[in-house]
Design a protein around this ligand. Sequence first.
Ligand code: ATP
Ligand code: MN
Length: 302
Amino acid sequence: MEAGKPETAPVPPTDVEVSHRDRVIFPDSGQTKGDLADYYAAIAPLMLPFATNRPISLVRCPQGQEKACFFQKHDNGSFGPHVSHVPIREKDGATKPYLYVTDRQGLIACVQMGTIEFHGWGARADDVDRPDRMIFDLDPDEGIDFTECTRAARDIQARLADLGLASFPMLTGGKGMHVVVPLRRGHGWEAHGTFAKQFAETMSRAEPDRFVATSSKARRKGRIFIDWLRNQRGNTAVLPYSTRARAGAPVAVPIAWDELDAMENAHPYSIDDADALLEHAKSLEGWGCAEQSLPEPSDADA
Ligand code: ATP
Ligand code: MN
């Protein structure tokens, strides 16, 4: 580091310039846009395996986490050369340019544009109609203890294991968890969504006091919503290591199954913890990786 410039930690080189580095974007905890860019620069090696070459949607908050944020799916060409585009045909037949990144520079370019959250499709950009990742998003109703959420994640893991599927837990940095099921590409969105729906419905039928499989707020009362709808074409889920546009600058973090019981909430890490996350990741080898396919549909699942 140059003498006389001790104020910032060394950041790996990227040619993406981050403007307004001193702008505070998490007013409660004080982190700046520069802090956010440094966080992404540091954890890029952990995040990129899950984030690259995948259509993404961004939560942009150009004036910080507390001010107006918007969910952006398409690019109007303003993100610069490090953010790529893939044309995707939408439900109404129109084709729109979706965003994806391939490297650290791409992540930083999004931060430069005011991005706080990165959400990913369940399919990669080179074949958006063949999903490779299933996600069960556990959304506990207010007042539900987090241990109920971790217990639900374990139950989902066990039921998936019965079907021959390995799965991996992630704390969202918000209120709940995601259980992530990596899949070999082959099947389409129809089979993907149907499997996820039937799986969630089977859980809620078996234990209706604990689980619901529909998003209706009324039915969710006192229960955990197993949101399987992330597994439909065009829907997204927050990506591992993404920051959240919530107070305190929390991040979504993959964890190991054997860490789950020690977790008190879904947001134990923030963007201040890049070093701890890099250390933590050493115990996560193989997280999110498994060569496996959906089981053949059977009448018993219906
Ligand atoms: P939490 O643990 O707090 O629930 P989460 O990331 O699962 O965190 P949800 O509110 O359950 O948050 O949202 C589930 C997913 O829905 C998000 O991860 C995101 O990808 C998607 N989503 C959220 N807001 C929008 C939006 N405005 N438009 C489209 N999709 C959205
Ligand atoms: Mn959720």
